[in-house]
Design a protein around this ligand. Structure first.
Ligand code: OGA
Ligand code: MN
Length: 233
């Protein structure tokens, strides 16, 4: 059997640029973001990958903003752990982040509006009960990684669906930096962090890691959240 035939649709979606030229063109069209397509993937297998979540102008605006924050020294080394255990551990997690609290730029506003529209679609289609989205810009310097982990914090069920948007232009397989999603039974899916690509997955279901890249890797990453259950019991 040819290697392509053993790959799942998800693997093809994540690595379209490795396909044949005609094949990847077809895939590029079929992977283009629509809420329905992403929701179908989430419902069927718990994660989804979609390209062109934002148009090229917005993508460039977000990339510029991320680089501007970095140049201004506003990206901070990301920490691991929680509460008293919170600490810097660059060998576990080597990215630099800036939380987006109040949008200051048009590009940030537009991204949050798009994520909020997606949140409404997810709630309608999956009755997901998502309350908001919390996210940060992130830069992984060349060689940095994030070891295998769950996004859901211990003792909290607030993070429901993780969603990352990649911001680099012209990412190629040889640059590395894939998001590796562990799908169970010793299997995994590698997603190339190509600009405009959105990956979303159920936060409590998939361990994942960020592999080191040979170039700076830019993203906007976060979580659709539910209200804490404690409030209702
Ligand atoms: C995270 C994370 C994935 C990625 O920030 O928790 O897993 O592909 N990011 O950047
Ligand atoms: Mn994560």
């Amino acid at each position: 059997m040819a290697p392509e035939e053993t790959r799942t649709p998800a693997a093809q979606a994540g690595q379209g640029s490795q396909g044949t030229s005609t094949g990847s063109e077809v895939e590029a069209t079929s992977r283009a973001f629509t809420p329905a397509r992403l929701i179908d993937q989430l419902a069927e297998r718990g994660f989804g990958i979609a390209d062109h979540f934002v148009d090229d102008a917005l993508l460039a605006g977000l990339r510029d903003r991320c680089l501007e924050l970095n140049a201004a020294g506003d990206l901070r080394p990301a920490k691991v752990g929680r509460g008293a255990n919170e600490r810097l551990a660059p060998e576990v997690r080597g990215d630099f982040i800036s939380w987006l609290q109040a949008p200051e730029r048009d590009a940030e506003q537009r991204l949050l509006a798009k994520l909020d529209a997606l949140r409404a679609e997810l709630n309608r289609a999956l009755m997901a009960g998502l309350h908001d989205y919390q996210g940060h810009f992130a830069i992984y310097p060349s060689g940095a990684s994030y070891a295998r982990h769950f996004d859901r914090l211990v003792g909290s069920d607030v993070r429901a669906i993780s969603a990352a948007l990649y911001l680099n232009a012209d990412w190629r397989p040889e640059h590395g930096g894939q998001l590796r999603i562990y799908t169970g039974g010793g299997s995994c899916e590698d997603v190339m962090p190509q600009g405009g690509r959105l990956v979303a997955f159920l936060s409590d279901r998939f361990e994942h890691e960020v592999l080191p890249a040979t170039r700076e890797r830019l993203s906007f990453t976060g979580w659709f959240r539910r209200r804490p259950l404690e409030g209702f019991v």
